[in-house]
Design a protein around this ligand. Structure first.
Ligand code: UDP
Length: 236
């Protein structure tokens, strides 16, 4: 299968184009903060609870809050039904998500507390770890958790020898490389950087630059979503 034809990708996008993204801040009533995000074929709900006392006490840190991130892929979210419950992949993604978020949340303000970050993938079509971090960031802001910045994530990669932004499912499966990146957008400090597959150093530099461009675009959408919620709130 040809992934790039006449400079266009299988869904008609240019190499440096993002899939369509829709972000809604605060759709859940009972969560302290939440976000629903649609990104191409991905549909993701993020819910934040806390800060609250960490129980059992042995998980407490007397100097800062613990970030407890849980990434879960629904069994119906992928083509071959996924066995429900945690697996190695979801544990890995939960861990890297918590580590990325920990770097921007002012955890020292809440010793002995826990902040739960739940990410539910309802439909998956590649790039779900980036979509999960992006949604979790909006949910954290919606919960009023103090942060140095609102983190954002986006992947770039290589398909048919071309460096492209934001791979969709078939590009991820049949492509050459995938490079998910999360940043704190104001300083562009990198919070997450992973890579699958092979790229030359030049291609890597190009892909990283493209992922940063994607992050900058998505960061604007996150802020618009948050502003929209608080504007509606004010009007009510
Ligand atoms: N995927 C799947 N079944 C699984 C895990 C993943 O079909 O059990 C698909 C899903 O569409 C996912 C894609 O493979 O988005 C890429 O997965 P990867 O591990 O690269 O993480 P992601 O790109 O979603 O962050």
């Amino acid at each position: 299968m040809e992934l790039i034809k006449d400079g266009k990708r299988i869904d008609g996008r240019a190499p440096d184009e993002l899939r369509p993204i829709k972000i809604e801040a605060g759709p859940l009533y009972r969560a302290d903060g939440s976000c629903y995000l649609e990104w191409g074929g991905n549909k993701i709900m993020a819910a934040v609870y806390g800060p609250k006392e960490a129980i059992p006490r042995h998980i407490q840190d007397s100097t800062k809050a613990v970030i407890n991130a849980r990434y879960n892929m629904a069994s119906f979210s992928v083509e071959d039904r996924k066995r429900p419950g945690p697996d190695r992949r979801s544990q890995e993604i939960s861990k890297i998500t918590a580590e990325a978020l920990e770097n921007v949340i002012l955890t020292e303000m809440f010793p002995r507390a826990v902040i739960d970050v739940n990410i539910e993938v309802l439909d998956a079509d590649a790039g779900t770890r980036c979509a999960g971090i992006t949604a979790a960031a909006v949910a954290l802001a919606d919960a009023g958790i103090p942060m140095r910045d609102i983190p954002v994530a986006c992947a770039a990669g290589k398909v048919d020898g071309v460096v492209v932004l934001d791979l969709l499912g078939d590009e991820d499966k049949k492509g050459d490389a995938d490079l998910p990146v999360a940043i704190a957008p104001r300083s562009e400090e990198i919070l997450l950087l992973q890579m699958d597959g092979h790229m030359t150093v030049e291609e890597f530099d190009e892909a990283l630059e493209l992922a940063l461009k994607g992050c900058r675009e998505i960061s604007k959408l996150q802020k618009e979503a948050l502003l929209k919620k608080y504007k509606t709130f004010e009007e009510e």
